[in-house]
Design a protein around this ligand. Structure first.
Ligand code: ADP
Ligand code: MG
Length: 379
């Protein structure tokens, strides 16, 4: 077991692409950390540097107390599962799982019986004992994925590294394997770093989630903290489906209150934030509203009501996604209870609980301005 620490870790590929830019991450022993971000943001590069498959341009990586910058991958005591988990096609499941241990049997001081015990115990954890004599081509996609995970488990490493291991599976299997990976990790307590571009996978799996973009770490924290208190507009928009609605406007006065105005749409801002927002008077700002905050019934507290026309309703069973247009012609998306009788073409009032809105400085990565304190803190 081990913690993993990245200090100012940077990767510049030959040719000059800065794939990872001074990333700091302190991953605790036993922790399940997910690196998430859009394609090309540097997740795999970060993981491959921890694995030792990619050289570090600058910075320090520690596994436990040991600096591993110069340590060969095989000596780092890690096990990695990739998206393309190539199993050896000519070997049985048993041999696939035993292979890496057999290669290093003497070095590791293991008897054949030890290896047999490890393979069978890993197979039992994954529910694949009955498949041990099959070859990969005789397995379903999900079974092959289990074998790939099994290959990592038998080695009983200090750290597991997963790079998009579920991307090749269909949606239902992906969700099943997701909870299975989480259950196994909980049982073993092995420190895990898991890479995905899928924000839902990140939220459901991670004890903490690290959100990256363009080689930079934007925020690192428990999933609900990141969801509720994103440090900037990028993070706010990346987590959650449908994504947060953003309304770009200008801060104006509206009687005693401040409001955000954008071409005919005026939304009053929370009175509790008046002091924080005064410096932004007449400045551009971005208002963020999560879809579930656009409610059909009026909540208590400070509320702003918008008249909208419903343009499209997508029933999802327990909930409905409701696309709508404001009188000023702005498109918004809401998420309401599946039993709401709302119809396309209808005019309705939607109520915004002003205690649950987000405000950002202008720009794609505009910093969150919160009621108390200067800004939300950046990881
Ligand atoms: P992610 O896993 O988040 O999709 P990667 O870590 O694979 O992102 O890539 C980060 C950036 O580094 C991208 O711009 C990618 O094109 C670039 N990159 C990745 N691998 C190499 C390489 N071997 N040589 C040069 N550039 C690379
Ligand atoms: Mg990748």
């Amino acid at each position: 077991m081990a913690n993993v620490t990245l200090s100012d870790v940077t990767k510049v590929y030959p040719g000059g692409v800065k794939a990872v830019d001074r990333v700091n991450l302190a991953i605790r022993d036993h922790e399940f950390v997910v690196l998430v971000g859009p394609s090309g943001c540097g997740k795999s590069t970060t993981l491959r540097m921890v694995a030792g498959l990619e050289e570090i341009s600058s910075g320090i990586i520690r596994i436990g107390e040991r600096v591993v910058n110069e340590v060969a991958p095989k000596d780092r005591d890690i096990a990695m599962v990739f998206q393309n988990y190539a199993l050896y096609p000519h070997m049985t499941v048993y041999k696939n799982m035993a292979f890496s241990l057999s290669l290093r049997r003497r070095e590791l001081g293991l008897s054949k019986a030890d290896i047999d015990g490890k393979v069978r115990s890993a197979a039992a954890k994954l529910g694949i004992e009955s498949l041990l004599e099959r070859r990969p081509k005789e397995l379903s996609g999900g079974q092959r994925q289990r074998v790939a995970v099994g290959r990592a488990i038998v080695r009983d490493p200090k750290v597991y590294l997963f790079d998009e291991p579920l991307s090749n599976l269909d949606a239902k299997l992906r969700v099943e394997m997701r909870s299975e990976i989480k259950r196994i990790q909980r049982g073993l307590g092995t420190t895990t770093i898991y890479v995905t571009h899928d924000q839902e996978e990140a939220m459901t799996l991670g004890d903490r989630v690290a959100v990256m973009k363009d080689g930079l770490l934007h925020q690192f924290g428990p999933p609900m903290e990141i969801y509720e208190s994103p440090v900037n507009r990028f993070v706010a928009g990346f987590l959650g489906t449908p994504p947060m609605n953003f309304i770009e406007g200008r801060v104006v006065t509206d009687g005693e209150r401040l409001a955000l105005e954008d071409g005919g749409l005026r939304i009053r801002l929370p009175s509790a934030m008046r002091g924080r927002l005064t410096p932004y008077l007449n400045q551009p700002m971005t208002l963020g509203i999560r879809p579930d905050v656009l409610a059909l019934s009026r909540p208590t507290g400070e509320v702003e009501t918008l008249k909208v026309k419903v343009t499209l309703v997508e029933p999802l069973g327990d909930r409905k996604d409701m696309y709508m247009t404001t009188e000023s012609g702005r498109n918004l998306v809401g998420r309401v209870d599946g039993r709401e009788a709302v119809r396309e073409g209808e005019q309705v009032d939607v109520h915004v609980d002003l205690g649950r809105i987000h405000l950002f400085e202008s720009g794609d990565d505009g910093r969150a301005v919160v009621a108390h304190g200067a800004y939300a803190s950046v990881a």
